[in-house]
Ligand binder design. Structure first.
Ligand code: UD1
Length: 333
């Protein structure tokens, strides 16, 4: 491997692998660090894969030096909200403490650019439907808190060292690479479109609608669903921005409009061509009624534009991938 690779932690996971693929497509040298706890070797394509933990300082030091790393994209994290409530230290350990170790190594090695996967979960239950980057942060679960703590470390480090960062706060990421090469195979997924796709392909018995009495137009939760390919593109633009000397910044990643759970189910039924077995269930603890991005800043600062803002297309790619898994043709089967 040549010098000056980009280090992508968690590059074998759902979102990380989509970013790795786009980076490789434009010829960037990439080294992936992933412990394969929820990621897949096959997902990294032709990028170099090193199996290990982001908290392993000896390993990370070695990688940063060996590959002449100047830019780090940090995806590696646990992401299941209910699990974070049951086992908070797992989340503070992997998401916060390991990020701290990674940052310490980056500081030592003089890494210049750091792109961090954060989440709309930092907003907790917002006052209105929309959140901009200056909305108050008040996470309501350890997952969101573990990410907010990493954001804070990064901002403090940004004041103390020359390293510049982009914090990307993801809203509801969904869909897969339209070519069907990589997809969302994370085990025990809880995300609505993934779960609905599993139901549509018969891999799960039924879909539960968590809460039908929210103060939303049809009583179900409203979210801002962003296609993973558009989100991946935002990372490449964030990297270009930092390389061009851009200041550290925090940006929402969403489309700026929401869909209800019922609207998502209708889309899955439309695309699948048959109804889904659906059952109404109580609200899921910790779910805000509505969470939608104010997404002007990312467009202004990065020149990013939504290209796949189409719920049916998001669902189509998710369903295609799920069918591949069902046929035993995709990893995660
Ligand atoms: C996800 C992210 C979170 C992020 C948030 C941004 C994960 C694990 N969570 O959470 O980090 O901050 O988006 O908005 O990545 N639902 C059902 N039935 C299901 C599954 C979900 O009715 O089987 C409903 C939920 O109650 C919610 C909506 O669908 O109203 C979306 O839920 P989900 O896909 O789990 O994402 P979030 O909880 O919003």
């Amino acid at each position: 491997m040549t010098n000056e690779a980009i280090l992508v932690t968690g590059g074998a996971g759902y979102i990380g692998s989509h970013v790795v693929r786009q980076l490789r497509r434009r010829g960037e040298p990439v080294v992936v660090l992933d412990n394969l706890s929820t990621g897949f070797r096959e997902a990294v394509g032709d990028a170099e894969l090193v199996v290990g933990d982001t908290g392993d300082m000896a390993l990370v030091r070695d990688l940063l030096a060996r590959y002449g790393v100047r830019s780090v994209l940090h995806f590696a994290a646990h992401t299941v909200v209910p699990e974070s409530v049951e086992n908070p230290l797992k989340y503070y350990g992997n998401n916060t403490c390991h990020t701290r170790n990674l940052l310490a190594c980056c500081q030592e090695a003089g890494v210049e650019h750091f792109i961090f996967s954060s989440t709309a979960a930092v907003y907790g239950i917002p006052e209105g439907e929309y959140c901009d980057e200056d909305s108050p942060t008040a996470p309501i679960n350890p997952y969101g808190m573990s990410k907010l703590m990493s954001e804070i470390m990064l901002r403090d480090l940004g004041k103390a060292t020359p390293m510049r960062h982009v914090i990307l706060r993801y809203f509801n990421v969904a869909g897969c690479n339209p070519d069907g090469e990589i997809g969302q195979s994370t085990p025990n997924a809880t995300l609505l479109i993934k779960v609905a796709s599993e139901v549509a392909t018969g891999r799960r018995e039924k879909l539960y609608v968590f809460g039908t009495d929210y103060p939303t137009p049809d009583g179900t939760g409203v979210r801002d669903y962003i296609h993973v390919e558009d989100l991946a593109d935002a990372h490449l633009r964030a990297l270009d921005y930092l390389r061009a000397g851009g200041e550290s910044i925090t940006l929402n990643c969403g489309y700026g409009h929401g869909y209800s759970v019922r609207e998502v189910i209708e889309a899955v039924e439309r695309v699948a061509g048959h109804p889904l077995p659906v059952e109404e269930a109580p609200r899921r603890p910790g779910d805000p009624p509505a969470l939608v991005a104010r997404a002007d800043r990312i467009q202004e600062v990065l020149g990013w534009r939504p290209r796949l803002d189409d719920l049916d297309e998001i669902v189509r790619t998710s369903l295609e991938w799920e069918r591949k898994i069902a046929r035993g043709e995709a990893y995660g089967a």
